[in-house]
Every structure is written in structure tokens, then in C-alpha cells.
Design a protein around this ligand. Structure first.
Ligand code: ADP
Ligand code: MG
Length: 784
């Protein structure tokens, strides 16, 4: 395990020779000056050296740095016969990393194999010393020791050889002394002479056997180690291969993944491609279709263009005709306007002849309470159709009144409105109109004006008709209709459409020439009839606010609905503003004197004043008085624009049929008669009817004229069309005739030509005839 030590050289005196195999002499601090001689006594082989460190090299590591290797033998001569010991020093300095078994060799001393298949690496590893000490050798008479190194695998190798003389008895004494050296323990053994030989023989025999067994064991262990190393290397190789395999598998996995993603991509791309292809194909076919259609269109258009080019002369003719027609039409329009203006005027005249103030009397039916209380009807409707109404009052003579119209209890709302309608609609022609309901409380004033939801009155029907006419005339006139609802109570104006009650007192102001208005009042714009009922309801609902009894309150105030109409004529640009007042007056009954106290008295006085002011204004207007007392009450002041002048007024006198109300009924009828301004009498009536008849005839005539004119216009248009078509036909005829003329001319030409040729022939023939005649006469001459 360790290299040679100084202490090992105790028997230096016995050392005959120490050879540094493969190296040079090494100077030592040994008693003998040259301890290690340079390499000699060898036959064959080569020397090698290493510069690597010898591990545990002992005191002389350089001994192991050099070696002889190859096929070699050492032979030492000139030795005195006797016993010697040999020390052999080895180190594996070539194959320092093995493997085991790379180098194994036998060592033979004096032809005896003393080491079999020595594998230095296997025993100590590389660059480590291995000493084999005290090998016995007997030198015979030839005085030589031979050491043979024989390789089993690879070359044998040795670093140093030491020959020592045995300190014991020389070999010659061996036989006499009877002692031997045990090869194993290297101790002297005393052997008796007779047994000595046999023992020696046995010993040598056993030694040989042991050697053989050892060598066999060595071989086996070498084989084992070889096999082991092979297994190890194979395992290593296997591991390496496994690793490689694993790497390859990982790589394969990666590749597979990459392949998968790429396949996916490819699929997507191909799908996209397919889709795109389809889309493009569809687009292309679509475009092709379009191109085809466009080509067809183009062909059609070019045909049309040709036609148009041909039609241009016709067109210009037509344009002229159309122009003429337009001129005619303009002319007719003008005439139509003139006629319309005339119609308006005539309508107005008719209304005026009926009286700018008209009074209709309406009597309500007897109520259930009245019949059950036994009250009788005092009204006589015999002359109702002629506008006569009679009151038979208990025994006294029947008193008769004449009105423009009398309605019996059987006449319904529609009939009542029908007579008011022409007056109402004149608001659309720009006239101001007033309609009142006058009468004792409970006689049907509110019923006539407002009506009920199922039985609507004049207010609603008026607006309904206004919208209807506005719609009919919308091509020529635009109407703008708005509505205000007022109440006059105790000479104070209240806006029934105002959403918040204002503390400000409403006053009447003069806005322009002859037009009055109440600043701050709500004018609800109504676009169609559906909005009207709501507005009217809002008005009548707010009338109830602040009063305990609606009927009582309403009977003591005037409820006034004002419809404002702004019209714009789209043909001549004329603009008009007109108003229609629909007034539900306060009850006209006179108070019993006992009741006349406090507030009731004030109310009664106010009502009285305003109603008599109304009567005064109307009668002043009727008598064409220079002063009309409009300002005597809020009621007449508000109505100033709509009473008098061009304005028209209608009063419904509402009466009760009951004998209980007879005196109030008479008073109402008297008031109404005063308003009407016409005394009863047949003369007036006739005059009236004659005038009316005249105007009616005029109207009829003008209507017929208009009709005739329209008819003639239509005829003119028809004629025009006929003439146009005839002109076209004639043109065609003319063309045909021209063609025929041309044909005939050409025929004529050919005929004259043939005539000329035949004439020529004739003259030729007559020439020949003459010649013949001459020849004939000549011959006759000869004969005679
Ligand atoms: P005024 O407003 O004059 O006080 P109203 O309009 O309130 O009177 O009418 C009183 C009652 O008589 C109401 O119930 C009403 O329905 C009824 N009435 C009035 N006139 C008629 C009529 N022509 N036909 C049927 N009922 C009527
Ligand atoms: Mg009423």
C-alpha cells in the first residue's frame, strides 16, 4: 500500500543490487552511496516515465515514476551461489484510471511462477506503489538469477527490483541444518532430516497446489471483475441510452405538439381559404348577374334614347300644347278665385239678410218632478215650424212671439246645431261670431251649449265642424285654432284654463283697431278634435272650484268659451284672425225681493246689469245707434269685437214649458224679442222673405254659373285633348299622303319616259311610211 521507506532498508548490508527499472540511478542518504542503480540487466522491453504524483510513494516516490514495460526478462549474473531474497516494486503509471484487468501478467523467478496474473491497478489503483517482498531465490553454480515477466493481457511492467542476500544460512547449509523457509510466513522452520525430504516434497506439492488454486482464484476474480466492469459499463451505457431515449421522447412530444398546433393552423387557414373562396365565388356570380342586368338596362336605355331622339319634335309640340293649357288653367284659377270671393260675399249677404243677430227659441221638456207635481205645459208649438211660439197663461189671451227658429222639446242637439252651423263656419271665412244661451236657471242653457258626454252640445259640435272644414280646405288654407275658457262672476274675469290661480286681476285691453283681448289669459292650442273635449272638461271642472253648489254657482256666472282662428290662404297669402264666442249666460230669473240681501243681492245686481247691458248693446246695434254701450259690463266689453260691424250673433232663448215658470218664460221671451229687434208683423216678414228669396236666387244662379263654367272648362280640356289626338292623326295622314305623292311622281316619271320613247318610235315609223308612200307614188308615176 505504501512505497519503500527508509526504515525498510534495515538490511541494507544484505542488499546486493537495487535496480530502478526504466529509470536512472537515484542518489540516496543510504549508507551505500548508490542505493538505486540505473536500469540494467534487462533484455527486451522499453522504459517509461510519468510526471504525475505517486500517492503514498514512501520515501523514494521517484522509484515508482519510471518503469520497464513490454516483453522483457532480467538476468543477474556473477552471484555467489546461495539463497537470496527478491523484492519487486510495481506501480500502474500508464493506465492510471484503469480499468481493472487492462494489464495482468505472470512473474517467473528461476523458471518458477511466483506471481500469476498480477493486476496492479486492481490491487492498489493507479499511481500507487505495490511491493512484493521477500521472494526466495536460490542461485546455483551458474551464479545467475533470471526473472521473466510474461503478459497475460497487455504488457507486464516493473518499477524496481531489489536482490538481497539471505542473512540466514547459505543455501549450502540447507541440507545439513534441516531448516526451511515457509513461503507464506517467511520464517525458518526446523525440520528433522528423515522427514525433511518428504515434508519438503509435500510442502512443494501443496505449495504448487496452493499456487494453482490461487492463480485459478485470481483468474476467476479477474473474470468477475471484468464481467462486473462490463456490466457497469453496460449499465452506464444503458443509462446513457435511457437518457438519450428520454430526451428523444421529450423531443418527440415537443415535435408532436408543434405538429398538432401547426395542423390546427393549417386546418384554420384552409377553412378560411374555403370560406373566402365561397364568398368570392358568390360575389363574382353576383357581380356577373349585375353586369348582365346592367347590360340589359343599357340596351333598353339605348333603345329609349333612340325613341327619345325620335320623339323630340313631338315633344316640343306637346310642350307648346301644355303651355297653352297651363295658361288656360291659370286663367280658370283666377276665375275660380273670383267666384269664391263672390260665394263668400253671397254667403255673407244670405247671413245678413237672415239678420246679423238671430234669435232661436228652445223649450225643454217637462221634467219628471214637474209632471209628478202636476205642472202643465203652457207653451203652444203649433206655429213652431214658422218660428212662432205661443204662451197660454191661465185664461188670458195667448201671447205669440216670433223667432228665427223655434225648437220643441222633441228637437235634439243635432237639429239645434244644424241651424247654428252656417253661422259658426263663417268664422273660418274671417268673421267674428257670438253665440249665447239666455234664460232662466234650469231651462237648458248648459245643456244646449255644453251638453253631456253622450249628447254633446253646440260648443263641441262647433269645434268638430271647424276641424272638419279645416281638413277639407287644407290644400288652400291653413288654420290655427286655439281655445280660452273664461268665467265672469260679479264683474270679475276668471281664467278657467289657468293651472295656478293667479292673484292678478284680469283686465280687458284694446290690442289693435277694434280688437280686444285679456292679457295673461291661457290660449290652449288645439290640433284636433280629440284634444277639445279635455280642454272643455278642464274649463267646466275648474268652474266648480271654490263653490259649494256647482249648479247654483254656475247659474250666477257667465261661462264664456272663446275659439280663436288664424287662417292663412296658401294661394293668395291672405291672413285673417277671427273669434267665436260661445257664452253660457247666468240665469236670467229675477230674485224675489225677500231674498235680496248681502252677497245674493250683489250677485243679482251684477247679473241684472250685465244682462241688460247685453240687451242694450244688441238693441243699439239693431237701431244703428251711433253709440254702442259696450263698456257697461265686463260681458259686453269682452264681446265688443264680436258684436256689431261684420260680426254675427245668435241667441238661444231657453224656456221652461211649466206653468210654474210662466212669468219668467214671458220675461225671457220679451227680452229675446227686444234683442231680435223685429216687431211681429206680416209685412216685415214678407219683406224679409222676398229679399231672402232674391238673394237665394242670386246664390243659386251664381252656383249654377260656377257649375256651368266648370262644365265648359272640362269640355274645353276634352276638346283640347281631342284636337291634339286629331292633329296627331292628321300628321300621320299627311305623311302617308306625301309618301303616296312621291310614289305617284316616280310612277309619272317612268310613264312620261316611256311616252317619249314611243313618240320617237312613232315619228321614226311615220318617216318610214312617208318614204314608202313616196316610193309608191314614184312607182305609180312610172306605171302611168
Ligand atoms: P241651465 O244651465 O239653464 O240652468 P241645465 O242645462 O242645467 O239648465 O238644464 C237643467 C236640466 O234640464 C238638466 O238636467 C238638463 O239635462 C235638462 N234639460 C235641459 N234641456 C233639455 C232638453 N232639451 N232635453 C232634455 N233635457 C233637458
Ligand atoms: Mg247652467
Amino acid at each position: 500500500v505504501s512505497g519503500l521507506r527508509r526504515a525498510d532498508c534495515r538490511a541494507a548490508g544484505e542488499c546486493v543490487l537495487f535496480v530502478n527499472a526504466g529509470g536512472c540511478a537515484i542518489q540516496g542518504d543510504h549508507p551505500s552511496a548508490n542505493l538505486f542503480s540505473s536500469d540494467s540487466f534487462f533484455q527486451g522491453g522499453e522504459s517509461i516515465e510519468t510526471s504525475e504524483n505517486i500517492v503514498q510513494g514512501g520515501d523514494y516516490p521517484s522509484l515508482y515514476s519510471s518503469a520497464r514495460y513490454g516483453d522483457f526478462t532480467y538476468r543477474f549474473d556473477g552471484l555467489a551461489p546461495g539463497d537470496y531474497y527478491l523484492d519487486l516494486h510495481f506501480a500502474e503509471i500508464v493506465h492510471t484510471a484503469g480499468p481493472t484487468g487492462i494489464r495482468s501478467f505472470d512473474v517467473l523467478v528461476q523458471q518458477d511462477k511466483i506471481l500469476s496474473q498480477l493486476d496492479v491497478f486492481k490491487v492498489v489503483g493507479g499511481n500507487r506503489p505495490l511491493q512484493v517482498l521477500d521472494i526466495r531465490a536460490f542461485v546455483g553454480s551458474n551464479g545467475a538469477i533470471t526473472i521473466d515477466f510474461k503478459g497475460v493481457r497487455g504488457n507486464p511492467m516493473v518499477c524496481g527490483i531489489c536482490i538481497r542476500k539471505s542473512p540466514a544460512t547459505p543455501a549450502a547449509k540447507l541440507g545439513t541444518r534441516g531448516s526451511g523457509l515457509c513461503k507464506k510466513c517467511l520464517t525458518d522452520v526446523e525440520i528433522s532430516s528423515p522427514i525433511q525430504k518428504r515434508t519438503a516434497k509435500l510442502i512443494s506439492k501443496y505449495e504448487k497446489q496452493i499456487e494453482e488454486l490461487t492463480s485459478q482464484c485470481n483468474i476467476k476474480s479477474d473474470e468477475c471483475s471484468m464481467a462486473w466492469s462490463l456490466v457497469e459499463s453496460t449499465n452506464q451505457e444503458l443509462d446513457r441510452l435511457k437518457m438519450e431515449l428520454h430526451q428523444k421522447l421529450v423531443q418527440t412530444d415537443n415535435f408532436e405538439q408543434v405538429l398538432d398546433t401547426q395542423t390546427d393552423q393549417l386546418r384554420k387557414v384552409s377553412q378560411n381559404y374555403e370560406n373566402d373562396k365561397k364568398l368570392w365565388a358568390a360575389a363574382i356570380s353576383n357581380l356577373e348577374r349585375k353586369i348582365k342586368a346592367m347590360k340589359q338596362e343599357q340596351a333598353l336605355l339605348s333603345l329609349e334614347a333612340h325613341d327619345c331622339a325620335h320623339a323630340i319634335p313631338d315633344l316640343s309640340k306637346m310642350i307648346e300644347a301644355v303651355r297653352a293649357l297651363v295658361a288656360q288653367c291659370d286663367d280658370l284659377k283666377m276665375k275660380y278665385h273670383e267666384e269664391m270671393a263672390k260665394r263668400k260675399k253671397l254667403h255673407n249677404i244670405v247671413q245678413e239678410t237672415k239678420g246679423n243677430i238671430r234669435v232661436f227659441c228652445r223649450c225643454r221638456p217637462l221634467s219628471k218632478v214637474e209632471t209628478s207635481s202636476g205642472y202643465k205645459c203652457v207653451v203652444d208649438f203649433d206655429g213652431a215650424n214658422d218660428g212662432d211660439i205661443g204662451i197660454i197663461n191661465g185664461g188670458t189671451a195667448k201671447k205669440t212671439f216670433k223667432f228665427d227658429r223655434v225648437y220643441t222639446p222633441k228637437d235634439d242637439q243635432a237639429e239645434v246645431y244644424a241651424d247654428a252651423s252656417p253661422l259658426v263656419t263663417s268664422v273660418l271665412d274671417g268673421y267674428n261670431v257670438c253665440i249665447f244661451a239666455y234664460g232662466q236657471t234650469g231651462t237648458g242653457k248648459t245643456f244646449t251649449m255644453e251638453g253631456t258626454e253622450r249628447n254633446r252640445g253646440v260648443n263641441y259640435r262647433t269645434l268638430e265642424e271647424l276641424f272638419k272644414i279645416a281638413e277639407e280646405r287644407k290644400d288652400t288654407v291653413t288654420y290655427n285654432i286655439s281655445v280660452s275658457v273664461l268665467e265672469v262672476y260679479n264683474e270679475q274675469i276668471r281664467d278657467l284654463l289657468a293651472t295656478s290661480p293667479s292673484s292678478k286681476k284680469l283686465e280687458i285691453k284694446q290690442a289693435g283697431e277694434g280688437s280686444h283681448h285679456v292679457p295673461g289669459i291661457v290660449e290652449a292650442k288645439v290640433e284636433d278634435i280629440n284634444e277639445v273635449w279635455d280642454v272643455l272638461q278642464t274649463g267646466s271642472n275648474s268652474r266648480a272650484v271654490g263653490s259649494n253648489n256647482v249648479n247654483e254657482h254656475s247659474s250666477r256666472s257667465h261661462c264664456m268659451l272663446c275659439i280663436m282662428v288664424r287662417a292663412k290662404n296658401l294661394i293668395n297669402g291672405d291672413c285673417t284672425r277671427s273669434k267665436l264666442w260661445l257664452v253660457d249666460l247666468a240665469g236670467s230669473e229675477r230674485l224675489a225681493k225677500t231674498d235680496a240681501q248681502g252677497d245674493r243681492l250683489k250677485e243679482a245686481q251684477n247679473i241684472n246689469r250685465s244682462l241688460s247691458a247685453l240687451g242694450d248693446v244688441i238693441s243699439a246695434l239693431a237701431s244703428r245707434s251711433s253709440h254702442i254701450p259696450y263698456r257697461n259690463s265686463k260681458l259686453t266689453h269682452l264681446l265688443q269685437d264680436s258684436l256689431g260691424g261684420d260680426s254675427k250673433a245668435l241667441m238661444f232663448v231657453q224656456i221652461s214649458p211649466s206653468d210654474n215658470d210662466a212669468s219668467e218664460t214671458l220675461s225671457s221671451l220679451n227680452f229675446a224679442s227686444r234683442v231680435r229687434g223685429i216687431e211681429l208683423g206680416p209685412a216685415k216678414k214678407q219683406v224679409d222673405t222676398a229679399e231672402l228669396q232674391k238673394v237665394k236666387q242670386m246664390l243659386e244662379r251664381s252656383k249654377q254659373e260656377a257649375k256651368l263654367k266648370e262644365e265648359s272648362l272640362r269640355k274645353l280640356e276634352e276638346n283640347c285633348q281631342n284636337l291634339e289626338s286629331k292633329a296627331k292623326g292628321k300628321e300621320q295622314l299627311y305623311k302617308n299622303l306625301q309618301d303616296k305623292v312621291k310614289e305617284l311622281e316616280s310612277q309619272l316619271d317612268s310613264k312620261t319616259h316611256s311616252q317619249i320613247t314611243s313618240e320617237k318610235q312613232q315619228s321614226q315609223l311615220s318617216g318610214k311610211l312617208k318614204e314608202k308612200e313616196e316610193a309608191c307614188t314614184a312607182l305609180q308615176h312610172k306605171v302611168t
